[in-house]
Design a protein around this ligand. Structure first.
Ligand code: ADP
Length: 494
């Protein structure tokens, strides 16, 4: 990738976006719009529709009609596969344009965005497209006088609510298996990262997805997100975002039609470094990158660093060196390693966490402040706080920003106890050359993903999902298809 191509796109005017409903661009029912600010310079980038509950109801009714007339669900799996593969090709062909648009909208550094956004979305869509004509129903092991069949049917209308940190990647984790299974979808992107998902949905139409099968409604979570959650006409809700919103979605479900709700929530993932790690220099580098890429705005970020006491000081010094060497700044530069914080509100919240960490006895050994203020953008120095007790707020609550808390431990048992001492259980890692200890840690740490001697990188072949208050119902892998189908039994007397 060359910088010149990115620079040619960076200043391009961005037309205002409306909803995408029934294959058409539709403004809000009351004409409302909202400004989209770029976190790179704090300036208005464009506008999106500020959706109303009426808009959401229209989109849901459209999706329902598209499902009931079987314009998509009724197509053979191989035909759906062909459309989805075409869609992936179109996203790939427009990858740079999509990545730059996304970075201007949400601030992720472009090097990562190219891989994690269009790159990952293309791979995910291809994975489920290729899978869907290889998924069979089942014949039950019954007695001779009956035939028991288990059909997998699409559930109907899927509501998907996604966050702003990786909209295309996380969007594709939900859209690809939902659409491959034959469902219709209403997608509600985050207020501060709607643009690429709207473009992606337009490309789906170009690829031959029938109008009405994928609808996108933008606007405030508390308005259009709530209307989606409370709808009597949505069968499954899939969500990635904060625990507070996840809790609300479960309430919406209980108060409406008891739709299934799958949640991918926050984390406070422990990165556990033993003195016997095979390569401590590598571990220190990864401790920094696993925390600070995308300015820490990653649900699986390695946000709690647990270090064996005997190596603590030297190891922390290496992590600090690696953090300080990471280039923070203009996310549209290929050599930037840490882009912008997504919004002014998020930046303030990060700084508040640092303040409280200091009040609770933590030492800010690097970072802790807003930087590059003169750009008008929202940038924060990668921050390392040592002396964080397992009970401290920084050890217990998700920051979703570039703030790493470090806690020493003395024994394997103590490491496990600290690792398991939060309400979360999303990801984790252990660094050790001891095979037995590695497997013990995989078993003992309560998470959805446990890395050994690495951090990050699991691909679409494996699930990502949490235990405890990190959620339920993982994205990715063939298992994710289960969320988008109903099992139907046929019991036939012979
Ligand atoms: P974050 O704090 O990371 O922004 P949120 O959970 O607030 O996480 O946002 C994730 C997604 O949830 C966004 O698309 C947002 O608009 C949506 N959302 C926020 N509040 C609600 C709500 N009350 N009902 C439904 N969706 C919501």
């Amino acid at each position: 990738m060359d910088q010149g191509k990115i620079d040619a796109l960076r200043g391009r005017p961005v037309n205002a976006f409306s909803h995408l409903i029934d294959g058409k661009s539709v403004p809000a029912s009351d004409g409302g719009t909202m400004d989209v600010l770029s976190p790179i310079d704090g300036q208005v980038l464009t506008q999106i529709a500020r959706g109303t509950a009426i808009d959401m109801e229209t989109a849901i009714a459209t999706a329902r009609t598209a499902f009931e007339d079987r314009r998509w669900a009724g197509q053979p799996p191989a035909a759906r596969k062909a459309v989805l593969l075409k869609w992936a090709d179109l996203i790939e062909a427009n990858a740079l344009e999509l990545a730059v648009l996304g970075v201007r909208d949400n601030g992720t550094e472009i090097g990562m965005a190219l891989k994690a956004e269009p790159g990952s979305a293309v791979g995910t869509i291809r994975f489920y497209a290729e899978a869907i004509d290889k998924v069979y129903g089942e014949i039950a092991p019954t007695s001779d006088d009956v035939l028991g069949l288990i059909h997998k049917e699409p559930v109907g209308v899927v509501g998907a609510i996604v966050p702003w940190n990786f909209p295309m990647m996380i969007g594709a984790w939900k859209l690809a298996p939902a659409l491959a299974s034959g469902n219709s979808v209403v997608l509600k992107p985050a207020e501060t990262a709607s643009l690429t998902l709207l473009r992606m949905a337009e490309l789906a139409l170009d690829a031959g997805l029938p109008p009405g099968v994928l609808n996108v409604v933008t606007g405030e979570g508390a308005v259009v997100g709530e209307a989606l959650g409370l709808s009597m006409n949505v069968d499954v809700l899939v969500f990635t975002g904060s625990g507070a919103t996840g809790r609300r979605l479960m309430e919406y479900s209980a108060r409406s039609n008891m739709k299934r709700v799958y949640l991918e929530l926050g984390g406070k993932s422990p990165n556990i470094v033993f003195a016997d790690a095979p390569d401590l220099a590598e571990a220190a580098k990864v401790a920094a990158s696993g925390m600070f890429r995308n300015a820490g705005q990653v649900c699986v970020a390695a946000s709690r660093l647990l270090v064996e006491a005997s190596i603590h000081d030297d190891f922390v010094a290496e992590v600090v060196k690696a953090a300080e060497a990471m280039r923070v700044g203009d996310p549209l530069r290929l050599d930037t390693q840490i882009g912008a914080v997504n919004s002014g509100a998020q930046l303030e919240q990060n700084l508040r966490f640092v303040e409280i960490a200091a009040q609770e006895g933590g030492q800010i050994v690097t970072g802790g402040a807003r930087i590059l203020q003169e750009t008008g953008g929202y940038f924060m120095a990668p921050t390392v706080v040592t002396g964080v007790t397992p009970e401290a707020k920084l050890a217990q609550q998700e920051v979703f920003g570039p703030v790493l808390g470090v806690t020493p431990f003395r024994t394997e048992d103590e490491a496990v106890r600290i690792a398991n001492s939060t309400a979360y259980g999303l990801a984790g890692a252990a660094w050790t050359a001891n095979l037995g200890r590695a497997h013990r840690m995989v078993r003992a740490v309560r998470t959805g993903v446990m890395h050994i001697n690495t951090y990050g990188g699991p691909d679409v072949t494996v699930p990502i999902g949490g235990v405890g208050q990190s959620g339920n119902g993982a994205d990715k892998s063939l298992h994710a298809l289960d969320k988008y189908v109903n099992l139907k039994t046929a019991w036939i007397k012979l």
